[in-house]
Design a protein around this ligand. Structure first.
Ligand code: SAH
Length: 440
């Protein structure tokens, strides 16, 4: 039973997972000392052209093709890596999302083409658990033309995904093809890798993004006496090897276009790249049918300063996040909480959005309690049972991941049209996870 193997590997890590689902390892801290290439690159850029936006800083630190964290790091995920995520904690998580994908495909009219598209698939654990559910529910899916499409920027993680999902039976694609890698999954489905969402073929798709949007670059803005100003990254005049935040003297292009007129917060983070991606998902869902499920830690337009370096969070410098995010570009995972109210605004009027609701509510609605009981019934080893219960608690306990993580969905407008027409105030939403799964 794979859950158990995963949990055994993870047991020493659980203390820190309780508070922060992402954190760092000794190897990351050690490598901090040996690598300063991104820092050098950034300081020469700032010297030449002036302070850069926080978004540019984040983009360079995470996805610079030479030294970016996601591009360079061998394996940042899992027990031996820098952070751990829900799909890595328990197979139940992916199984329930697999049931959600099939339930949405059925509710949308059982399209003859069904593309499972995952953005930022990490080690491939979520897709693997979902594909196992697809295999188990083969009878339901019938002759449907199913294919798997992964959008991944990290070559290393792409390799992990290929190994996990295909046993490394993949081939590199020619440059003239939209995918850079292709193969066949262990369960016999065609699978493709892309760098950008726009390269994924059109067609009915269920899109999944688990802890993907929080890794996209944000702009930061501060309300000042002179109006909104963008927070920028500059060289610290007292220590030319270090970076510091400064508030721009005059408006920037971003402060002119990214802020809402009715904004009431004093400090705001905006993720335009996330906005563009969710717009692309929305227009595909509106035109081709399908749904998207976005899972991340985030808020509904209420939080202000959430940018953090998870490496330094783990070291316990919680009170000094602003300083710490600038200390080790390329060596540490940087994230910002996802603003779901912004994503909702960016989807436009052609789709319907549901959520955000807490991970606890979503997984409870999807039947996590029954699934746990089934696993416990077939398991007689006491330590394994304890581990199953522990991983369940990690996922749904409000003080662990249960309330920290939010589920948000983008649906084709037709999906809720009938419901909206006949709706009585007490009628439950007909979308699994956002209401109890209807198993009839
Ligand atoms: N979904 C996985 C991994 C989360 S980490 C899980 O929850 O376990 C973020 C993932 O997004 C990684 O796979 C990373 O390589 C990928 N990623 C980050 N920025 C990206 C970008 N701009 N385009 C495509 N993938 C990106």
């Amino acid at each position: 039973m794979r859950t158990l193997l995963r949990l055994k590997r993870l047991m020493p890590e659980v203390q820190w997972i309780m508070w922060q689902n992402r954190s760092c390892s000794d190897s990351s801290i050690r490598s901090l000392e040996s690598n300063t290439s991104i820092l050098k690159h950034l300081t020469s850029k700032i010297t030449a052209t002036g302070p850069i936006s926080v978004a540019e800083y984040m983009r360079e630190a995470l996805t610079n093709p030479v030294g970016g964290y996601y591009v360079k790091k061998d394996d940042m995920l899992g027990a031996g890596g820098d952070f751990i995520t829900s799909p890595e904690i328990s197979q139940i998580f992916g199984e329930l999302l697999g049931v959600w994908c099939i339930s949405e495909w059925m509710a949308a009219g059982k399209s003859s083409i069904f593309q499972l598209v995952e953005l930022g698939p990490g080690r491939g654990s979520l897709a693997s658990d979902i594909l196992r559910v697809f295999s188990q529910l083969k009878a339901v899916l019938g002759e449907t033309d199913i294919s798997v499409h992964l959008v991944e920027v990290s070559p290393k993680l792409g390799q992990f995904q290929a190994e996990c999902l295909t046993g490394d039976k993949t081939q590199t694609c020619n440059d003239d093809q939209p995918a850079y890698r292709s193969g066949t999954t262990r369960t016999g489905l065609p699978i493709y890798w892309y760098r950008r969402i726009e390269d994924v073929p059109r067609g009915f798709s269920v899109f999944l993004a688990h802890e993907f949007f929080d890794a996209l670059p944000i702009h930061k803005f501060q309300r000042t006496e002179k109006g909104w100003r963008e927070v920028m990254v500059d060289i610290d005049p007292e220590s030319p090897e270090k970076l510091r935040f400064v508030v721009s003297h005059s408006p920037t292009l971003a402060s002119g276009i990214l802020l809402q007129n009715d904004e009431s917060r004093e400090h705001v983070e905006v993720c335009p790249e996330g906005g563009v991606i969710v717009q692309k998902l929305a227009s595909r869902i509106a035109e081709d049918g399908g749904a998207a499920l976005i899972v991340d830690y985030g808020h509904d337009g209420t939080k202000t300063d959430t940018l953090k370096s998870n490496l330094f969070l783990w070291q316990g410098f919680k009170g000094h996040q602003l300083h710490n995010v600038l200390e080790a570009p390329g060596m540490a995972d940087l994230t910002a909480d996802v603003d779901f109210s912004y994503l909702r605004k960016m989807t436009g009027n052609e789709v319907t959005c549901l959520g955000p609701i807490t991970q606890r509510s979503f997984l409870k609605n999807m039947g996590i309690d029954s699934r746990l009981q089934v696993l416990l019934r077939s398991c007689h080893d006491s330590s394994t049972r304890a581990q199953l219960l522990h991983s369940y608690d990690m996922l749904i306990n409000p003080e662990k991941m249960g309330h920290r993580f939010q589920f948000f969905s983008v649906l084709n407008r037709g999906r809720l049209a009938q419901y909206k027409g006949m709706q009585k105030s007490t009628a439950p939403l007909p979308v699994a996870g956002f209401a109890e799964l209807n198993v009839e």
